[in-house]
Design a binder for this molecule. Sequence first.
Ligand code: HEC
Ligand code: HEC
Length: 282
Amino acid sequence: MMKMTLTSSGLILAALGGAAFAQEEPELVINGEIPITTRAEAPASVEGALPEVISGWEFRSPETQSLEEDDFENPGMIFVDDARAQFDTAMGPDDQACSSCHDTPEDLAGARAVYPKWDEEHGEVQTLEMQVNECLTERMSTDAWEYTSNDMTNMMALLASVSRGMPVNVAIDGPAQSTWEQGKDIYYTRYGQLELACANCHEDNYGNMLRADHLSQGQINGFPAYRLKNAQLNSVHDRFKGCIRDTRAETFEPGSPEFIALELYVASRGNGLSVEGPSVRN
Ligand code: HEC
Ligand code: HEC
């Protein structure tokens, strides 16, 4: 096994001599009926930076990969069921449920693929979490959910699950462009004692091993992700937070303008991959 140093920080990366991932391209079909695009042509957002874009699924072991092929095996689907119950639960002073207006979760198919997205009314880029909180506070007159609370992350899993197989297609031009550029800046900024940017790991070194981990491109098409490591669903912003913390840096808060911008940028790096959440990761 060849070893190389990532940076002066002393983090050791090992290239997998002829990694399994480069040899054969496994195919993901969920429940035998939802084909997932786990490898796509590089979208405009990563032109020159990546030759193609690849879902994190391809970097996991065959055992972990197979858990995502069947909803009965995917531990993340339990939380989708919880969210389905929540979707029909009346809340707030007017006793309204999500289903009072949206009928079924399937009516919201396609939404996951295009968020974060510019919201004209509020004059800002909105994540899907912000849109749900807008429904809760402005349309149901009830309390917002905490950004990475179980209720919210479960709902994200439900909204992702009904969009599975659809191509991620986040808009980065027009009014969203300046937020996208802010996210891009963050992606290439070196953080922490280790002085590492997202790009140092997920752009320069995907396919290599970082300690016991097979580094992916850090795509978010599979979020929320059920991680075997912590046995729970993990939201996008919690994942960002964990990665920045690993560089021993102070981090931004979930729901912060910085993470919203970063999410838009990272989502756009996956344009063309399928919505895959809730995914299973280690
Ligand atoms: C009183 C009616 C009402 C209720 C109740 C409601 N919504 Fe909405 N929702 C809307 C309207 C109207 C829109 C579209 C306008 C907008 O962007 O706000 C919308 C938009 C959305 C979208 C974005 C759809 C898209 O394609 O961009 C999502 C996701 C969503 N709602 C989820 C929920 C969830 C989850 C709940 C329950 C927690 C909920 N909504 C409750 C009225 C409602
Ligand atoms: C020191 C290297 C390192 C840095 C820097 C780093 N990450 Fe990660 N990241 C990892 C490792 C290791 C994993 C777990 C294996 C994998 O999926 O790559 C991971 C996983 C992820 C995942 C989950 C991918 C999936 O499919 O489940 C996302 C998303 C992610 N990182 C985003 C980021 C972002 C955004 C930044 C910058 C704020 C960042 N990472 C910085 C090492 C890093």
